[in-house]
Design a protein around this ligand. Structure first.
Ligand code: GLV
Ligand code: MN
Ligand code: MN
Ligand code: MN
Length: 396
């Protein structure tokens, strides 16, 4: 399975993946998913929001058990973030068939669209739409860096953008959703276990900072005459690091756009995106407010205008104890239970459906990078754990 997926969207230079929503690479991943479903005799469908489903049993049956993850990536993402959950789902189903499992509940494998938000700026678009946490109107306003709208991109990919919206009937038919995901830190590695369970997802959000100054000549404009937006931007990056350290949070400016982006021009605009997360909402609020205050102070000092827009926010998710305890029982023994600062479709869906997550050890903790890795044996342990869970839930 991995062999056919591995070359799709891989950047020849970095070896990282660029599988952005509704692009050619995404379409190839979707074709791969459909082929995996059909090769197993599963009923394949896409929902109104472009999420893909592969059903064993009646797609309209109730109390379904659903597993899966996403196939899209961040810029230069690793091979595992998302795909490990989808590949493991198909492998777990193969394992269950090998065991001769008899299913008493419908089972589905899902690929949720645009989980990373790498193209349109908002993460988990497919699951947010389904869960009614993103309206069609708001989704239709999303634009990529080239100005292509989400509806246009969906239409170009052969999907109907007017169909998107809440899908409560579909979610009501799901009795449990379990997402397996590579861990994106080193917590599991530190425990020595290959597989763990998720307790919570930290509250997190994205804020766009637009510093607007005055474009001018880099050689002839006296320093005193400049309104250079790069200066308050640079101070803001440092403030984000400082405030995150003080509050026990994390804060990152990982994307920046500069206009006109010329070596010999003072920028007219610097647009940076703050991603900040914390275990605790009040720590996150403190960081976000302090970074904005520092940015405003620095912008004023340089005669630069600042606009801050919150582009997305996801409150804390505490996965329900009932399903997690059931998984722990099915998996026997003492399994580590961890919180994470990474967002997931499981976090979005947990507001509508009983949801749990399995993490597979990541020995370096590196993720959102081509260097992301999980060992072969650990991936196998993940498949076995997922098979045990699905057997316990769907075959009782
Ligand atoms: C998505 O993986 C995120 O947490 O940013
Ligand atoms: Mn990710
Ligand atoms: Mn992911
Ligand atoms: Mn994610």
């Amino acid at each position: 399975m991995w062999a056919e997926l591995a070359p799709i969207g891989r950047h020849p230079g970095t070896g990282g993946y660029r599988r952005y929503a509704w692009t050619g690479a995404d379409a190839d991943c979707r074709t791969w998913f459909q082929e995996q479903a059909e090769a197993r005799g599963l009923t394949y469908e896409t929902d109104r929001n472009g999420n893909q489903w592969a059903w064993l049993g009646d797609p309209l049956g109730s109390d379904a058990v659903v597993t899966g993850s996403h196939l899209d990536s961040v810029p230069d993402g690793g091979a595992f973030d998302g795909p490990l959950g989808v590949v493991s789902s198909f492998a777990a189903l193969d394992e269950l068939r090998h065991r001769g499992a008899r299913f008493t509940r419908p089972l589905a494998i899902a690929n949720f669209g645009d989980e990373e938000g790498a193209r349109f700026g908002l993460a988990c678009v497919g699951s947010r739409l389904a869960a009614g946490q993103l309206t069609r109107e708001a989704a239709h306003r999303l634009r990529d860096g080239e100005g292509v709208s989400l509806p246009q991109a969906m239409e170009n990919a052969g999907y109907d953008p007017d169909a998107i919206g809440p899908d409560p009937e579909r979610l009501a038919r799901i009795g449990a959703f379990v997402e397996l995901h590579v861990e994106q830190g080193r917590a599991l590695d530190l425990t020595g276990h290959p597989v763990g369970l998720a307790s919570a997802i930290w509250p997190h959000g994205r804020w766009r900072y637009d510093f607007a100054g005055e474009g001018n000549h880099a050689g002839t404009t006296r320093l005193a005459d400049r309104r250079d937006p790069m200066l308050p931007y640079a101070e803001t990056v440092l403030a984000a690091r400082r405030e995150a350290e003080l509050a026990g949070a994390v804060a990152t400016f990982g994307k920046v756009a500069v206009e006109p982006n010329g070596v010999n021009a003072i920028p007219s605009l610097v647009r940076g995106w703050l991603d900040s997360r914390a275990a605790d909402q009040s720590a996150l609020d403190t960081v976000v407010a302090a970074v904005e205050a520092a940015a405003r102070e620095a912008a004023d000092r340089q005669g630069v205008d600042l606009t801050v827009v919150r582009e997305s926010f996801t409150p804390v998710v505490e996965f329900g104890h009932a399903l997690r305890d059931e998984l722990a029982k099915l998996l026997g023994g003492e399994l580590p239970v961890l919180g994470t600062g990474a967002g997931h479709d499981a976090g979005i869906l947990s507001a509508s459906v009983p949801t749990a997550m399995l993490f597979v050890r990541n020995p370096t903790g590196v993720s959102h990078s081509p260097a992301e890795h999980a060992g072969e044996d650990d991936c196998q342990a993940g498949v076995r754990a997922l098979a045990d869970v699905l057997e316990g839930l769907a075959c009782r």
